[in-house]
Each structure stands twice: as structure tokens, then as C-alpha cells.
Design a protein around this ligand. Structure first.
Ligand code: 9WN
Length: 484
């Protein structure tokens, strides 16, 4: 199965290398220009909306990816992206998953600011307006902050001085954010972050959450609008109403608990240890350690950060499922692992890094297998968000099957760190081909390559900039084409 998959991927790489270098160069220039245009159009003055219509607000992890892309164009503006987000950090250290844009058109996104306004009455909430949600998303921010500083270092002395000052300013906020995740969101000190809403995972309707959601009994609820569906032709690209009912029911319970972390932890019906979130936290803690060095943070803080990373690595090891060759989320309420093959299962250990050679081989085998990138009918050899072999797979529905460029960026970045530059280069090339053909979509149908979800999605533009403008990548690419 693995051999067949690799052969197919290699065939595609070869086909691609026949193209004239000049054609490729032109295509890249066009992609860079278009990506820059999208980010400028979505720029709301110091922060970037996640997409023009479907997502008119500032989303937490989107902003981190956007900052990674912007770092290639303007390190000062990239720093501003994170600064604006962290201006709305909660007193507990939580970085909210959405900061609502007061100027967003009415009826553009639900649940919007008015729905979350009550979160502002929590003693832990930041001053409002603007209002924020009381959820959070995977912590890519320290990785982004470090990337901004690295980009500035390559640029010139002035940019470096400015970026170093930015790191000094943002470090305490990043530290508070990571401490919040290691404490409030992991009272068991397992090293794994608990989420209490699928939106917090960033992979909202992934079948990862199906079992945990199925156990929830939805009570009395007002009817609610699906503004998201107005922005798309095909409603099957977005989560189904049964899923939305549960999302809104959970929001209702969170609001009823006054957005208080401890009460939520005590009574909430959806409480899951999220391996992807936890793995991003490992990588983010590694980045934070590097930042701590630049800003000369205290030894005590550095030890804490190092300890959090170590604990999460250990926690993730314990989520390994030998039979599936993947890492599994854990449902705290049902007290059992959530056995589904999704991209999170192999992305998590890769992102967390430092895998033994045997485990790395198992992970790469799964990635290349017909359960993911080696599926014979894929348009591009890129992993569907959910394995086509799962019963919960759906090729058009959001995180149930479509291919997400942002997930591919995480994989690509982790593969380079894992010492797999050729595989990383293949993911990058296929992703760029996919976007060159289909545009800057939010996600893509895996078998046809049809662009789905929002168009002009900011983080898709941002990862394209990083793929095309980052030096380390170009080197990895040239190494892989030399070996072809
Ligand atoms: C809910 C903005 C966000 C991403 C998430 C993605 C989607 C929101 C939604 O869009 O979630 O947070 O309404 O579907 O799942 O990862 O941050 O791009």
C-alpha cells in the first residue's frame, strides 16, 4: 500500500519537474502578487479579517498565520497583527478565538458580538467593545512572533532593533497565554490541552468530535440564523444543522457558566483533550524558549516553558494508538480515546517533533498511505482533512474531508523540522499547484480540486507567501530536485 502511494506521489513530482523553470517562476510571481493583494484587501487597519464575507472579524490562529505571511512583506505590519490580537487578551492569559469587528456588516456572521457580549461581564474579560468570544484556538502565535523576528534579522539592522523591541513587548503576553493553557486548560497536568468547544480546535466539524458531540443532549434553544450559508452556493460545504445546534447549545452552557473556566470544567458536557492543539503548544513553547533567550527572560520562566513542552511531549506519546499508527484525542467525559483517522492524528506528533525513528516511519507511512496522501483518486497528493476510509468522511464538508492549505503548511513546516525536506517540498509544490489552479480558497475538494468555502481566504494567502518567499524552503526544494 505504502509503495504504491509513494510511486504515485513521485510520478506527480516528476511530471511537475518537466515544466519550464521560467514558467514556474512567472507563476510564482503571480501567486505572490495575488496573495499580497488579498492580504491588503482584507487589511482592516492593524488587523486582518479572516475572509472578506464569511469571516469579517479577527480570528486568533488565522492572525498568527497571517503574521507569518506578512513577515515577508512588512515585519512592522506583521508585528501589529499580533499586537492587535493580544490587546484583547483576557486577564487569565486566554487569547480569544474571535475579536469582533464593530464595523462588520449586520447579519454577516453568527454568533456575533451581541451573542458574546455577555462574555464582557466576566471579571476576566478585557475592556469591551470590541467584544470577544470566550473560546480560544491553537497557539500558533509564539511561532509567528519568532518568525517575524527572524525575517527582520535577515532584512536590516533597523528592522531587527524594532522586531527585538516587539519581542520584548509581546513576550510577557505570550508567556501568560501559554501559562493559561498549561494550568486552566490542563488542571490534570497531563500536558494535553482541554477544549470545551469544537470551535476551539480550529477543525470544527471534524469527525474527531462526532462521538463526543453525539453524547450531548441539546435542550431548549431559540431559533438562530445561519448567516454563513448566505456566502456559499452549496450548504454541504459548511457544518450541518445538527452540528450547529450542538455548537450553539455548548455556547449557551458556556455563557450560563459565566465563561468561568472552573465552572465550565466542572459541569460542561464536552471536554476533550485535543492532540493537535497540544502539539502546536509544544512547538509554540519551543519558539517561546527562543524568544525568552532573545529578551533575556529569567531562568525560572525558561524552566517553566521547558517543563510545559516536556510535559506535553510526554502526554502526546501516551495518546499514540499502535494499531492506527496515529495519535488520538481523548474524551474526558466518556473517558475514552476518539478513534478516528484525521489529519490531526499524524500532524500532531509531527508538529510536536522529536519522534523516535520507528514512530516517524510509522507516521510517514500513514501519511503516504491510501488512507491519506496516497489515495489513488486524489487530484493532488495532499492529505484530506479526514481519511476517505472513515465513515464520517465527506469530500465537500469543511473538516470532514476537504484539503486545507493551512493544515498542509503545518505539515510542511513540521516535516522540515523532522529532517524530511523532500517530503516537505512535495507537499509545498502540490499545495502551490492546487492554489494556482483553484485560487486562494479556504479548502479544496480532494478528488476534483474544486475550491470550496470562502474565497480570498487570508491564511491561504499568507501560507502561499511563506512557501514562496522563505529561503529555507527554496534550499529544501533545490535539494529535492537535485535528487530527482
Ligand atoms: C468558527 C476563520 C475560522 C478558522 C477555523 C475554521 C472556521 C469558524 C466558522 O473559520 O471556523 O471559529 O465559523 O466556521 O474552522 O479554523 O479559524 O478562518
Amino acid at each position: 500500500m505504502v509503495t504504491q502511494a509513494v510511486t504515485q506521489a513521485e510520478r506527480r513530482v516528476r511530471t511537475r519537474s518537466w515544466r519550464k523553470v521560467s514558467e514556474e517562476h512567472e507563476e510564482h510571481e503571480e501567486l505572490v502578487a495575488e496573495a499580497g493583494k488579498i492580504l491588503r484587501r482584507n487589511d482592516m487597519g492593524g488587523w486582518t479579517r479572516a475572509a472578506p464575507e464569511l469571516y469579517p472579524h479577527q480570528w486568533s490562529w488565522d492572525s498568527a498565520f497571517i503574521a507569518i505571511g506578512l513577515a515577508h512583506l512588512d515585519t512592522r505590519r506583521a508585528a501589529q497583527e499580533l499586537r492587535t490580537l493580544f490587546a484583547h487578551q483576557w486577564k487569565t492569559g486566554k487569547v480569544p478565538h474571535i475579536v469582533f469587528n464593530p464595523k462588520a456588516p449586520p447579519d454577516s456572521y453568527y454568533p456575533g458580538a451581541e451573542h458574546w457580549a455577555c462574555a464582557a461581564s466576566s471579571p476576566d474579560a478585557p475592556p469591551a467593545p470590541p467584544y470577544t468570544s470566550c473560546l480560544c484556538q491553537p497557539p500558533v502565535h509564539a511561532i509567528a512572533a519568532l518568525r517575524i523576528w527572524e525575517a527582520a534579522r535577515r532584512k536590516d539592522e533597523k528592522a531587527l532593533v524594532e522586531a527585538t523591541a516587539f519581542l520584548r513587548e509581546i513576550y510577557p503576553r505570550l508567556f501568560a497565554w501559554h501559562r493559561y493553557l498549561a494550568t486552566f486548560r490542563d488542571p490534570e497536568r497531563s500536558g494535553l490541552v482541554t477544549i470545551y468547544h469544537p470551535w476551539a480546535s480550529g477543525t470544527d466539524n471534524s469527525p474527531r468530535w462526532d462521538d463526543a458531540l453525539a453524547a450531548i443532549e441539546v435542550g431548549e434553544m431559540e431559533t438562530y440564523p445561519r448567516f454563513d450559508l448566505q456566502h456559499l452556493d452549496d450548504p454541504s460545504e459548511r457544518p450541518a444543522s445538527a452540528e450547529y445546534d450542538r455548537y450553539l447549545w455548548l455556547v449557551k452552557l458556556i455563557k450560563r457558566a459565566g465563561c468561568d473556566e472552573r465552572s465550565i470544567y466542572r459541569s460542561h458536557p464536552f471536554l476533550v483533550k485535543d492532540v493537535l492543539f497540544s502539539a502546536v503548544l509544544v512547538a509554540a513553547n519551543e519558539a517561546l524558549l527562543e524568544i525568552a533567550e532573545v529578551v533575556e527572560a529569567s531562568d525560572e520562566e525558561r524552566e517553566l516553558i521547558d517543563g510545559w513542552a516536556g510535559r506535553s511531549r510526554q502526554g502526546l506519546k501516551e495518546c499514540w494508538d499502535e494499531k492506527l499508527g496515529l495519535c488520538l484525542d481523548y474524551d474526558l467525559r466518556a473517558d475514552k480515546p476518539l478513534r478516528v483517522r484525521t489529519v490531526a492524528g499524524f500532524a500532531a506528533p509531527l508538529i510536536a517533533g522529536r519522534q523516535s525513528p520507528e514512530r516517524l516511519e510509522a507516521l510517514l507511512g500513514e501519511l503516504d498511505s491510501s488512507a491519506f496522501s496516497g489515495h489513488p483518486e486524489l487530484r493532488w497528493p495532499l492529505p484530506p482533512s479526514t481519511s476517505p476510509k472513515e465513515t464520517g468522511f465527506h469530500p465537500r464538508s469543511y473538516w470532514r474531508g476537504p484539503v486545507w492549505p493551512v493544515a498542509n503548511w503545518l505539515l510542511w513546516w513540521s516535516l522540515i523540522r523532522a529532517g524530511e525536506p523532500e517530503r516537505a517540498a512535495r507537499i509545498r509544490r502540490a499545495s502551490l499547484d492546487q492554489i494556482a489552479e483553484g485560487g486562494f480558497a479556504e479548502y479544496f475538494e480532494p478528488f476534483t480540486g474544486e475550491p470550496l468555502g470562502s474565497n480570498s481566504q487570508s491564511w491561504t494567502a499568507a501560507v502561499v507567501l511563506d512557501w514562496l518567499l522563505s529561503d529555507s524552503l527554496r534550499k529544501a526544494d533545490s535539494r529535492s530536485s537535485q535528487s530527482e
